[in-house]
Design a binder for this molecule. Sequence first.
Ligand code: ZN
Length: 303
Amino acid sequence: MNKIKYWLLATAMVFAFGACSEDDEPNPNVTVINMDNGEQNDFDKYLEKTFVDTYNINFIYKWEDVESDMQYALVPAKVENSIKMANLIKYLCLDAYEEVAPEGFLKKYFPKMFMMVGSGGYRNNGTMVLGTAEGGLKITLYLINELDVTDVQRLYSHYFRTIFHEFSHILHQTKDYTTDFDKISATDYVGGSWNDAWKDEGDETIKQDERWSKGFISDYASKETNEDFVELIAHYITNTPESWEAKLVTAGDTGRPILEQKITIVKSYMKDVWKIDMDALRAAIQTRAEKLDEQDLDNISIN
Ligand SMILES: [Zn+2]
């Protein structure tokens, strides 16, 4: 398989979320397992203080602890990259929500486990997954060994939209959104064929244009209502007002009003149910992203 085709496939799989299933109702109040299997190193101590004590989040990076998915050939995550990712999750995600969310919100609802994997999850057919989640509680992030902290867009596409996506599943599974949302694109969802439905051949963009005109923010959003709902959240907060507007322009005269109708419902839901202003959350994330290069992502000091 040539390199370009491989990359397209890999990109197409970004939102595959191998085990993103709604079958298991998450219990946001579940307590994480004890992560102390022996001697704690400095990073373990940092994780315990920053993630376990504060949020009840278990951050798994050691290979012996990895509950790996055996259908993939996986490579362990480098510790130095796991440290950077832990700091990134705190800085770009947890601290951003803290700025705008009610007290105790994250500890109660945020996913309870992160697992770091160095490589991509390569499947037998040459495709790969970049993130998986189980019942919204455990999120596996792949390609940690190819972490590039200087490329914010890549951080969003490879890791953070997965996190925001899965977290949002927990929210709507805890308290559902209005069925008015389901009606907007009801006849346009494509179910399991989302990965093929909008694939263009060669230089053409006919299928992608069609997907935009139907008001889907991503290919995966066209799967069904819940995926549409959480994809909208994940994309909205990882775009600046300008880049979001550019997407609406791309969606055109037909797609734009559909996207606007849906995002209005999403915003009302987040505000009414969770007391979170989506524009404030987006601003918090975007402001942080702009200052990312000033952050010491290697810091594991607990003082
Ligand atoms: Zn999902």
